[in-house]
Design a protein around this ligand. Structure first.
Ligand code: SF4
Length: 351
């Protein structure tokens, strides 16, 4: 289903599906039992634009910590459960707004039923997650390996199991570190279900390769109109996941707000430290709530022309740089004042 046609699911104070904005998620990497550190990280992520947060719940102490964490944060809290159905129940009793389980590793039908019953009583959505690393043996054999078709069948089998238990407040996720397999699986499953999809490339890698894999994978999936909430998984600080998720959505035209910085690739005409300047500008604009394009160009000769599509820009020259609006030079600025001058312009922005 196109994201405008998926079922609307309420997760705490947020909704996904049915054409609602695609929400950005991340996962804490603190010990969930450590309430203070976990809350600190979640508040930082909230400030950066995280809209749903997930915490691992590997122990009963972690499940109980959710209660205190919930009181101190403002975004929905998802409990991530592996294997132990009692932890899923305890997480819900302690205020989780959603739980993420793989019914395949929860065990017997009775145990899954107990989790579903608890979710139903509280109307808590369940994310049914399947992962290429834990695809059932039968499906690996049936499809001669781990395939997109196998992942889809596994996810649909599990949602059917929960539906048969009388519950359909569900979100589905299919994860694979193989980008093209993941993309294909999303195309296939979107034809077969109207549950909202949580999209992400799992085990994508370090900041560098993880960002590229996530951008390619999410780009293919989201540009087909598939996906209701995303997580960029990086072997890095969770804050980086939020920055990347916002950038990917913005690039696809699926995110309102935030300044986009464009900068020239530098060439033999560049006479200033443009790489340093562009990085400084990118950091400097992070807290400015405007929806604009800012250009950072390396020379005063071609810079203004090349920055035409940006709302505002700077072009660096030795000693003196230029401030540019829509390709027109507005004023000359001493090189060392370019950054502050740009910031002032943005803080007092008028069309
Ligand atoms: S803006 Fe100037 S420095 Fe940058 S790539 Fe173009 S010509 Fe080279």
């Amino acid at each position: 289903m196109h994201r405008t046609q998926t079922k609307v699911i309420q997760i705490g104070n947020q909704v996904i599906g049915g054409g609602n904005p695609i929400l950005i998620q991340s996962m804490t990497n603190t010990k969930t039992e450590d309430v203070r550190q976990t809350v600190k990280q979640i508040l930082e992520l909230e400030a950066a634009g995280c809209q749903i947060i997930r915490c691992a719940v590997p122990t009963m102490e972690a499940a109980e910590a959710l209660k205190e964490i919930k009181k101190q944060i403002h975004i929905p809290l998802v409990a991530d459960i592996h294997f132990d159905y009692r932890l899923a129940i305890a997480a819900m009793e302690n205020g989780a707004d959603k739980i993420r389980i793989n019914p395949g590793n929860i065990g017997s039908r009775d145990r899954i039923q107990a989790v579903v019953d608890c979710a139903r009583e509280r109307n808590i959505p369940i994310r049914v997650g399947v992962n290429s690393g834990s695809l059932e043996k039968e499906l690996v054999e049936k499809y001669h390996g781990v395939t997109a078709e196998g992942l889809v069948e596994s996810a649909l089998d599990k949602t059917r199991l929960i539906e048969d238990m009388g519950y359909d407040n569900l979100v589905i996720s299919i994860k694979s570190s193989d980008v093209m397999m993941c993309a294909k699986a999303h195309t296939l499953i979107a034809e077969k279900t109207n549950y909202p999809l949580h999209v992400g490339i799992t085990e994508a890698g370090t900041l560098y390769s993880g960002n590229i894999k996530s951008a390619v994978g999410l780009g293919i999936i989201l540009s087909q109109g598939i996906g209701d909430t995303i997580r960029v998984s990086l072997t890095g600080a969770p804050l980086e996941e939020i920055r990347s998720a916002k950038r990917i959505l913005k690039t696809l035209g699926l995110y309102q707000g935030g300044i986009e910085v464009v900068s020239c690739p530098t060439c033999g005409r560049t006479r200033i430290d443009l790489i340093g300047l562009a990085n400084q500008v990118e950091k400097m604009v992070e807290d400015i709530p405007l929806d604009l394009k800012v250009a950072v160009m390396g020379c005063v000769v071609n810079g203004p022309g090349e920055a035409k599509e940006a709302d505002i820009g700077i072009a660096g020259g030795v000693g003196t740089g230029l401030l540019i609006k829509k390709g027109e030079v507005i004023k000359k600025v001493p090189e060392e004042e370019l950054l502050t001058c740009l910031r002032e312009e943005l803080l007092h922005w008028e069309e």
